[in-house]
Design a protein around this ligand. Structure first.
Ligand code: WCA
Length: 324
């Protein structure tokens, strides 16, 4: 039988293919949910490869039907029930450092998002230079339903989306597909999943860190997907109208006013989702994304870290402890 250390080691598969570092998140049964070992290992590898002139780019992907379904919520439940809040704080400290390193990295990171990308999985990919989606990609930041808030730098990268789409995505936890991610800028390329192995082969032949050259390679496999007829992207006017309001109460009031003037199941479902979420989480994230617009990624992560430590200690709300 494999020793526990060996099992941990297998959670991130590390390969060198010519000048490319290829990293595979490898907990497929848990949808590659991030353990403390995984965030520590990713931080260590990214750190080491930054100074390694033989590594020109990093490819990050997931084994199985997910890229990554977020932080390991099973482990969180153990910590939350009677554990020491500092274990959670150490997890987030390491994870946010990894997010920061990815956001400021000197070499291109190509994330292959061929499946579920949620919470911490978004943090491990959105800060990198290239985010490749497919027809199988499902993206969401589901934290407001869990008594947390969209973190891992979401107050930075969601606040950079056009209009108030970031507010919509972060507050409601709405799921986006690959075409929607490309349309709003969360993804840089759409590549059909059938072409991913050829794409990876080409990326592994790259001898440079020049993003223009890497981009041109991915372009060769890319397609322009069509948005579905019922895509939320066609609702940008109402999203901007309602989610630009100053407070969570105003956003809800504005959606409810819209619902009164037209029968639209999307509006009522959105209202219901917001009402089921943690009110504290909604307010925290709205404030964060509004302030995040004017901050750098490092400052956003520092704010998020301070807030998550309060949540772990149950200072302002116990919603997180009710869910886990
Ligand atoms: C919509 C999903 C992604 C897929 O649904 P599905 O296709 O019906 O698949 P399953 O739900 O059956 O999931 C397959 C298996 O993967 C497991 N899994 C699926 N996500 C996970 C997962 N994040 N973790 C740990 N097992 C999982 C899930 O429990 C299940 O295990 P098992 O019942 O043993 O087969 C669904 O799994 C889902 O909602 N997952 C949770 C997504 C989520 O909330 N992510 C966490 C965001 S919050 C966050 O990152 C914070 C972390 C945190 C960290 C440290 C702290 O101290 C405090 C907080």
């Amino acid at each position: 039988m494999a020793s526990p250390a060996k099992l941990d080691k297998d959670q991130v598969l590390v390969e060198r293919k010519s000048s490319a570092r290829v990293l595979t998140l490898n907990r497929p049964k848990q949808l590659n949910a991030l353990s403390f070992y995984m965030v520590s290992k990713l931080l260590e590898i990214f750190h080491d490869d930054e100074g390694n002139p033989d590594v020109k780019l990093i490819v990050l992907k997931g084994n199985g039907r997910a890229f990554c379904a977020g932080g390991d919520v099973a482990a969180v439940a153990n910590d939350a029930r009677g554990g020491d809040w500092r274990f959670g704080a150490i997890f987030f400290d390491t994870e946010y450092k990894m997010n920061y390193l990815m956001a400021t990295y000197s070499k291109p990171q190509v994330s292959i998002l061929n499946g579920i990308v949620m919470g911490g999985g978004a943090g491990a990919s959105m800060h990198g230079r290239f985010r490749v989606v497919t027809e199988k990609t499902v993206f969401a930041m589901p934290e407001t339903a869990l008594g947390l808030f969209p973190d891992v730098g979401a107050s930075y990268y969601l606040s950079r989306l056009a209009g108030f789409f970031g507010e919509y995505v972060g507050l409601t936890g709405a799921r986006l597909d690959g075409a929607e991610m490309l349309a709003c800028g969360l993804a840089t390329h759409f590549v059909p999943s059938s072409k991913l192995s050829s794409l990876e082969e080409s990326l592994c032949k790259v001898e440079t860190s020049d993003p223009a050259i890497v981009s041109a390679i991915i372009d060769k496999y890319s397609e322009q997907p069509s948005l579905k007829k019922d895509s939320v992207y066609h609702r940008m006017d109402i999203i901007n109208k309602c989610f630009s309001r100053k407070t969570v109460e105003d956003i809800l009031y504005s959606l409810e006013t819209e619902a009164m003037s037209k029968a639209d199941s999307w509006i009522s479902a959105t209202v219901e989702t917001l009402k089921k979420a943690s009110p504290t989480s909604l307010k925290v994230f709205l404030r964060l994304i509004r302030e995040g617009r004017l901050l750098g990624v490092g400052q956003c992560l520092v704010y998020e870290y301070r807030i998550v430590c309060h949540i772990l200690q149950g200072h302002h709300s116990k919603d997180f402890f009710e869910v886990f």
